[in-house]
Ligand binder design. Structure first.
Ligand code: F6P
Length: 341
């Protein structure tokens, strides 16, 4: 019999409860006991844990967020904190820990694995889909679907009012949500952090579209995209706003209006992309990730993360998964460009 722990760290996302439920059910099947660590790594710092059973994990499959709670801890943690986590883990009597999270949570897991040989297995979570070593992270599909529905709704009002609408979606370092929701929602331009925004090009294509008789346009931009040719100081001087996450759509909209005189509006989708019910796809891959994580524990494959590659559930070194962020698919971007303006 084994005693294992599970924690969910970093930003929440739809599908976390599917993973927790699968880990608990599969473990009970194995005759193991599962302890839920509250609020990510903080639960191991503060010794906040409780045993999870059938009752606590029933009826949660369709619920967004995480029943365990979460916290954002940015790596590297101090040596003192790492030591407290390792000591509390040892004291808890757990044989292994499943850490469900994105880059930050997994970097902390890796540090503890390397320094204290903490027997940890990772599960890749992120609405941004930015982790390497896996084609998909759970949460991403739901975010894309939510963003697509919003784009559809903004489409009709943009058309009625002959306006440009700039829609800002999440994605600080990578533009996966912008690219996929942009394609699905028929965006006329998609701007991502991987490529600096060439505002003159954007405006030229909007003008060309207007010449063709289309008096409205939809632009989807990732929150982390940057504008070419403008330093942060120039942006701040010109717009009185810092060039940072949560502001880019406003800045682009102002530049478009200034350049084209087309009436422009902004819609920042924000945390709505992270809340609510997971899609069927996220529930399924969440369930499969959880199931596979327990199998990795059984095989003592510590320091590994569950991965989904070419439709197969496998594992990869956590070190490999967090080494570099996974940039958007170039082929997909080329397809999207055919529909620009
Ligand atoms: O890391 C995922 C993410 O959703 C980013 O795209 C976003 O900027 C960030 O989390 C915001 O999270 P919070 O406001 O909860 O810190």
């Amino acid at each position: 019999m084994k005693k294992i722990g599970i924690l969910t760290g970093g930003a929440d996302c739809p599908g976390l409860n599917s993973v927790i439920r699968a880990v608990v059910r599969k473990s009970i099947d194995e005759g193991w006991v599962v302890t839920g660590v509250k609020n990510g790594w903080n639960g191991l710092i503060e010794n906040d844990m409780r045993v999870l059973d059938y009752r606590l994990t029933s009826g949660i499959l369709d619920r967004g967020g995480t029943i365990l709670g979460t916290s954002r801890l940015v790596p590297p943690l101090s040596k003192a904190k790492n030591k407290i986590i390792a000591e509390n883990f040892a004291r808890s009597g757990m044989d292994a820990l499943i850490a469900v999270g994105g880059e930050d949570t997994l970097k902390i897991a890796l540090e503890l694995f390397k320094t204290y040989s903490l027997p940890v297995v990772g599960v890749p979570k992120s609405i941004d889909n930015a982790l390497s070593g896996t084609d998909y992270t759970f949460g991403f599909d739901t975010a894309v679907n939510v963003a697509t529905e919003c784009i559809d709704r903004l489409h009709t009002t943009a058309e009625s009012h002959h306006r440009i609408i700039v829609i800002e979606v999440m994605g600080v370092y990578t533009g996966w949500i912008a690219l996929e929701a942009g394609i699905a929602g028929g965006a006329h331009y998609i701007l991502t952090p991987e490529f600096p925004i060439e505002i003159d090009k954007v405006c030229a294509s909007l003008r060309a579209r207007h010449k063709r008789g289309k008096s409205f346009s939809i632009i989807v931009v990732s929150e982390g995209a940057r504008i070419q040719g403008f330093s942060d100081e120039e942006i701040e001087k010109k717009f009185g706003k810092k060039h940072r996450v949560g502001r880019i759509a406003e800045i682009i909209a102002a530049l478009i209006e200034e350049n084209t005189q087309y009436e422009t509006r902004v819609s920042v989708l924000g945390h709505i992309q992270r809340g609510g019910t997971p899609t069927a796809y996220d529930r399924i891959i969440g369930t499969r990730f959880g199931f596979k994580a327990v199998e990795l524990v059984k095989e003592n494959k510590f320091g590994q993360m569950v991965s989904l590659r070419n439709n197969k559930f496998d594992s990869v070194d956590i070190a490999e998964a967090v080494r570099k962020r996974k940039a958007i698919d170039q082929d997909l971007l080329e397809i999207a460009k055919v529909f620009f303006a």
